[in-house]
Design a protein around this ligand. Sequence first.
Ligand SMILES: *Cc1c(COP(=O)(O)O)cnc(C)c1O
Length: 379
Amino acid sequence: MAKELHIKLALPQLSSQDSEAVQEAVSQNWVTAGGPFVSDFEANLQMALDTNREVMALSSGTAALHLALRLAGVKSGDFVICQTMSFVATSNPIAYLNAIPVFIDSEPETFNMSVPALEEAIQFCIAKNKKPAAIIAVHSFGIPSKIREIAALAEEYNIPLIEDAAEALGSKVADRACGTFGDFGVLSFNGNKLITTGGGGALICKDAAQPVKARHLARQAKISSPGFEHDEIGYNYAMPGLNAALGASQLKTLSEKISAKRNLHNFYNKIIADVEGVAILSPTADSFSNYWLNVIRFYSEQQKYTASKLLKHLENLGIESRFPWKPLHLQGIYKEQYYFGSTIAETLWQNGLCLPSGCGLTNSEQNEIQNALNAYFSA
Ligand SMILES: *Cc1c(COP(=O)(O)O)cnc(C)c1O
């Protein structure tokens, strides 16, 4: 009989300091939006990213993406270019605005947005007399995309670039933090991300005028006259103080959490070192990954080992694993959409598997995982 699932994919790691931080927010009565816990968290995030761009704490990463698209001026019927290898939160805000997603395949090195396919898509939109209103590029699984090449194209065609770094807090390209390359950068602090605020996200803005507008929209676009008047349709997207207090405390241990993730990456690489046709997703030489989730990839033609067989094998031993994101262009929810590229993203979905990557995995849990993988690959 299968064992009970006891090793999860990525549980949040919370400490007694985290509890104290949340209790402090409660005892100071700063549980709702605004206040010192939010501004502290924002300042600390800015420092962690080593940027002078303004960072705004919001209620979720999805909210940050939605605001970024609004600020980029995306309107109903516009084309928005979007990486297909991502979680659905990346593309749903395109639909919130009744815009049309133009999905882009991955390239085989980082499994993020293909630059040639991106350029093809831009030219397709221009030929239809509708230049894309925005580009959303993602650093999936914390592996940095070729963001400098993507940013260069966005600049060449003068299209706002939104960098979805929800999974990439602490990842870098040539020593610069992911999330600080685009006109807008997005972070998420959902329970399974590098650090958590319970639920929450952040928006990073390049242009210094944007944060004023973003904060206005995030607080129901209330104008500062007496009485409740609003000059636009806004949202309730500000981060509550309670969540920010947890975030500031979590952020203090970011480098430990990244080290733990990087150790796990080395751990998995050692286990599969002698197995043919298998690799763990890794960044390019000039970039640094937080290894949010370690993804094992099966690329052998022989199919002796497969992602779905390994998933079953681990499940029987009570160890959780999960397929990578089903590419967004294959999701039935997007009725009107375009797609550029081939099947690189689809291949990762079919032949990849996310392995347990929680920062809090104990030595004995790691031993169990190691034994399980060794047993699979020696069979
Ligand atoms: C988690 C995630 C989001 C959304 O963040 P939430 O805070 O859960 O709304 C967006 N994009 C990607 C790539 C994510 O992994």
